[in-house]
Design a protein around this ligand. Structure first.
Ligand code: 5HY
Length: 244
């Protein structure tokens, strides 16, 4: 099977981190194709960045309509439902996947994410996914997304400290990493913390393999049916849904 992993920000080096994390857990026979969005912000750190990332995400899906499954590798799960409308293969968001994995492993988990201003986005997802009973707290480290790539930055130490607080103060039994750019920190943190640390990229790859393995695809009845054919105007006229 072929799983197309889309980094909705436009930073190729972060796509490398994402692709490596995916390949590390992919089953034999699973081809991982990790791509960087061609349009939008170098890092997604707010509602506007997210909204502007969705056209690039849609492009990346349309470039491979026959992929067996897709992963949206950004913790805001931007454009998840729109992506499910246009794709036939299952589409997994890393936040949704990570939260579900955490809920299987601990009665309470905490999310440790980047900037304070993106914390509310993760909180909205906790509610949207019905995870309020499992998610004890969403914690911000105030690390800009691209600082995660700077080996000289304090990012690792700050994330570890926030994870330790999540265990001691939230009494959480598992940690969900709140950014695709943290995918390479799992082993280091698990060794230090002694609790399951979940990276959404890896979680989404395994869920994608399971769904494809079950022969399941996105339902095309109801709200996730292909978008209705109609004209689009202006800069987005090329995105007018085709007649089917
Ligand atoms: C992510 N931003 O996973 C999110 C993390 C965040 O560019 N990749 C990004 O802070 O919401």
């Amino acid at each position: 099977m072929r799983i197309r992993i889309i980094n909705p920000n436009t930073t190729p080096s972060m796509t490398e981190t994402i692709g490596a994390a995916a390949r590390a857990v992919a089953a034999p026979g699973t081809e991982i194709v990790a791509v960087t969005s061609g349009a939008g912000a170098v890092s997604i750190e707010g509602h506007y960045d997210e909204a502007m990332s969705i056209v690039g995400l849609i492009d990346a899906i349309n470039q491979d309509p026959k992929a067996d499954a897709y992963v949206i590798a950004c913790f805001g799960d931007p454009g998840l439902l729109a992506a499910r409308e246009i794709a036939l293969g299952p589409v997994l968001g890393i936040a949704e996947a990570a939260m579900h994995v955490a809920s299987f492993l601990a009665t309470g988990f905490s999310v440790v994410t980047t900037l304070e201003r993106t914390r509310v986005i993760a909180e909205h997802l906790v509610r949207n996914y019905g995870m309020e009973h499992h998610c004890r707290k969403v914690r911000a480290t105030n690390i800009p997304v691209l600082e995660l790539e700077n080996p000289a930055s304090e990012a690792r130490a700050l994330i570890l400290r926030e994870c330790e607080r999540a265990i001691s103060e939230d009494k959480s039994g598992a940690i969900v990493l709140g950014c695709a750019g943290m995918a390479d920190l799992v082993r280091h943190l698990e060794k230090k913390l002694g609790v399951p640390v979940i990276d959404g990229v890896a979680a989404a790859v395994k869920f994608a393999e399971a769904l494809v393995g079950l022969g399941l695809r996105t339902s095309k009845k109801g709200d996730l049916a292909y978008p209705l054919h109609k004209p689009y105007k202006g800069a987005l006229s090329a995105y007018a849904p085709p007649a089917r």
